[in-house]
Design a protein. Structure first.
Length: 371
């Protein structure tokens, strides 16, 4: 019997709410496989508060570079504002650590390709946190759709209708291209359309609109898209921070059934429903029941998947082409919305202004220093 792998030594960078509320519980749930050895934050008071909660074994640092030199962690969890993600992810990879970084992994396809180059040079991997992929309900739905059990996917709807007020955007880095990378297309709806891509596979074409209807921000506060998938399915995508009645929703109509997920910030098996077409017999529909195990979508579930891949010597889920495809979809949505032209998969590359920045230097949308 082969020995179990040693516990991975983990450092967290950024100790705000997403790390304390998402990553720390995940580390505790996998305490037999990981140990928290370091935490980094530029705010000493916040760092001290986190360490008091996390435990004294985690050394505190106000510099990521100093932490990497001193600790040499196996895995770095990044929960800082988006403008820091590329630099911090590349630094961790160069130090030989794997990375699990909050979304968005970076602010442009050009930045993503910098991360991919650092992966190739180091042999380590960087995954982006898209925890909604990892609940048992999502895994079950993907298996049924990919296996053809529900018939061919035909029509889909992806809805992130949330509400954010002026106080939310008073935080200096929010609503600005250089620090957040975009509006709800990058920072809010990305979870749901990432899950849609996970369920339906590669997209082929995007047409879109975006607007600033309420908030005084550089980026949009609502966007909508029409999407054609490579398998022929058509979908609508809505990303909003203007919606008083908040919900997150995905519906996929296949030839033999409709599968629907309705939740807000996370899902369990009970949030998924399957409605058979009239021609489907009861016995076949009964086989679609959700699995007995009920694994909520969570940082805990995704961290487990990353550790499983590590133990198996495989690229972790949520990295590589999977991560790039979701970022490319965001860039395509912005390009389609700002230019008024359809955008096809693969067309945004070096030399395209939307490769370097999500605003594409568009005169109506780029920051003043770019326009």
């Amino acid at each position: 019997m082969s020995p179990l792998p040693a516990r991975r030594r983990v450092a967290v960078v950024g100790t705000g709410a997403i790390v304390a509320g998402g990553h720390l519980p995940a580390l505790r749930a996998h305490a037999d496989r990981v140990e928290l050895v370091a935490a980094v934050d530029v705010d000493p008071a916040r760092l001290d508060a986190f360490r008091a909660e996390a435990g004294p074994e985690a050394t505190g640092h106000t510099s990521m570079g100093a932490m990497l030199d001193a600790v040499r962690p196996d895995l770095v969890l990044i929960g800082t504002p988006p403008s820091l993600h590329r630099e911090q992810t590349v630094a961790a990879l160069k130090a030989g650590a794997w990375v699990l970084c909050e979304k968005p992994l970076c602010l442009s396809l050009a930045e993503y390709d910098d991360i991919a180059a650092a992966e190739r040079a180091s042999g380590a991997y960087a995954s982006v946190v898209f925890q909604h992929r990892y609940g048992s309900g999502a895994a079950h739905a993907r298996e049924l759709i990919a296996g053809g059990e529900l018939g061919a996917p035909l029509v889909a709807h992806c809805q992130t209708t949330w509400h954010r007020d002026a106080a939310y955007y008073a935080v200096p880095w929010r609503g600005r291209w250089a620090t957040e990378g975009g509006g709800p297309t990058m920072g809010h709806g990305i979870h749901q359309y990432d899950l849609l891509l996970h369920l339906l596979g590669p997209w082929a074409e995007v047409r879109a609109m975006a607007a600033r209807l309420v908030h005084d921000t550089e980026s949009e506060d609502v966007s909508t898209a029409l999407v054609r998938f490579a398998n022929g399915a058509l979908a609508t995508v809505v990303n909003s921070v203007l919606s008083p009645d908040e919900t997150s929703r995905i519906r996929v109509d296949c030839a033999d059934a409709t599968v629907e997920l309705t939740h807000l910030y996370g899902h369990r098996n009970a949030d998924w429903t399957y409605t058979p077409a009239r021609h489907v017999d009861a016995g076949r529909a009964a086989a679609w029941r959700t699995p007995a195990a009920d694994v909520p979508s969570s940082h805990t579930a995704q961290l487990g998947a990353v550790l499983d891949a590590w133990d198996a010597g495989e690229r972790p889920p949520g990295s590589g082409e999977e991560a790039r495809a979701t970022l490319e979809f965001a860039a395509a949505l912005y390009k389609a919305a700002f230019t008024g032209q359809p955008v096809r998969a693969g067309e945004i590359g070096p030399g395209d202004p939307f490769y370097a920045a999500m605003h594409g230097d568009h005169p109506d949308w780029a920051p003043e220093e770019h326009a």
